[in-house]
Design a protein around this ligand. Structure first.
Ligand code: GDP
Length: 324
């Protein structure tokens, strides 16, 4: 299928075209890559979705949350796309987030589109493919793009650089200790959702929520947050509790950020971030092909033999590249 037809399919909100387009951007083949770039160039940049990042460790209830939350949004008439950033697939070849039985009801909803993460991708590849998949979902007219990650390695950073707003899903803690959530992850969160606030777990969830609310007060970024954000709240994905409130908090935050220029500034900063990443990636790729690869191997042998210092060898290689 040619890219003009695919682009037209996206503009017509055709889900099969979207699935095909994402397969195209995931492909490592050089001819596919060229087609993907051509396709991305044909997209209407005026079409924008609300991009929501969602992170949480396995078992915390991400699938359950996305299904309930997604169905609530489609019930409001919104079109919802779900993408996964899953670096574990890069290592194991299998995907934690790719399980087809997840989110069964949402996947049958005509207003929803769920894309499991691809297997066999490098982290850099995961970032690029996710970024491009988000753009494709926007072009296909989705109102909300949920970008999910299990938060292994760098995946949270990737998601934070892709989304307009970041949700962190936590489970109720037994004790009064914050659950070893890394500070960096806390700092990315706009809203912490303590899930499973139902039945026997309800009071533990409320205690956990209060603990995190306290911790978040210290992390308020005055320049990019309205009063009261970042915030912690309890939800029950299983019993559909608190999801409408969570959505209204999201709308409040985004409306504030749009009105104050933060939304556009964040996207502009993200575009610059990805530009830098692509340049770095391209520069590294130069080292993988001739003549740089051969020169690097030869200089490496000299360094190993002790005839050239690592610094001098690096300087020689870089000066050769600079002349190219
Ligand atoms: P994921 O690994 O983060 O995607 O978590 P899942 O959505 O698969 O949920 C893991 C387990 O937690 C499942 O047994 C769910 O039924 C359960 N669970 C998810 N949300 C809730 C909730 O709101 N309340 C309760 N009690 N259990 C939940």
């Amino acid at each position: 299928m040619d890219t003009a037809t695919l682009a037209a399919g996206l503009a017509a909100q055709d889900r099969r075209s979207l699935a095909r387009a994402i397969t195209l951007v995931e492909s490592a083949r050089a001819d596919h890559r060229a087609m993907a770039l051509d396709l991305l160039g044909r997209l209407d940049p005026a079409r924008q979705a609300l991009r929501i990042g969602l992170s949480g460790t396995p078992g915390v209830g991400k699938s359950t949350f996305i299904e309930s939350f997604g169905l609530m949004l489609t019930g409001l008439g919104l079109r919802v796309a779900v993408l996964a950033v899953d670096p574990s697939s890069a290592r194991s070849g299998g995907s934690i987030l790719g399980d087809k039985t997840r989110m069964e009801r949402l996947s049958r909803d005509p207003r929803a589109f769920i894309r499991p993460s691809p297997s066999q991708a490098q982290m850099g590849g995961v970032a690029r493919r996710s970024r491009e998949a988000v753009a494709l979902c926007e072009a296909a007219g989705f109102d909300v793009v949920l970008i999910e990650t299990v938060g292994v390695g760098q995946s949270e950073t990737v998601v934070a650089e892709l989304c307009d707003l970041f949700l962190l899903l936590l489970a109720p803690a037994g004790g009064d200790e914050l659950q070893g959530v890394k500070r960096g992850i806390m700092e990315m969160a706009d809203i912490i959702l303590v899930n499973k606030a139902d039945g026997d777990l309800k009071s533990a969830a409320m205690r956990t929520c209060a603990d995190y609310a306290g911790a978040l007060r210290l992390l308020r970024r005055r320049s990019q947050d309205p009063e009261g954000f970042p915030k912690a709240m309890t939800v029950s994905a299983l019993e559909d509790q608190g999801l409408a409130t969570a959505w209204s908090e999201i709308e409040t935050l985004i409306a504030w950020r749009r009105a104050n220029g933060h939304w556009a500034k964040r996207r502009a900063g993200q575009a610059q971030h990805w530009f830098g990443e692509e340049v770095r990636r391209g520069l590294l790729a130069v080292l993988e092909v001739e003549p740089a690869r051969g020169v690097m191997a030869a200089l490496g042998a000299e360094v190993a033999a002790g005839t050239t210092s690592p610094e001098a060898a690096a300087a020689r290689l870089l000066s050769l590249l600079g002349r190219g």
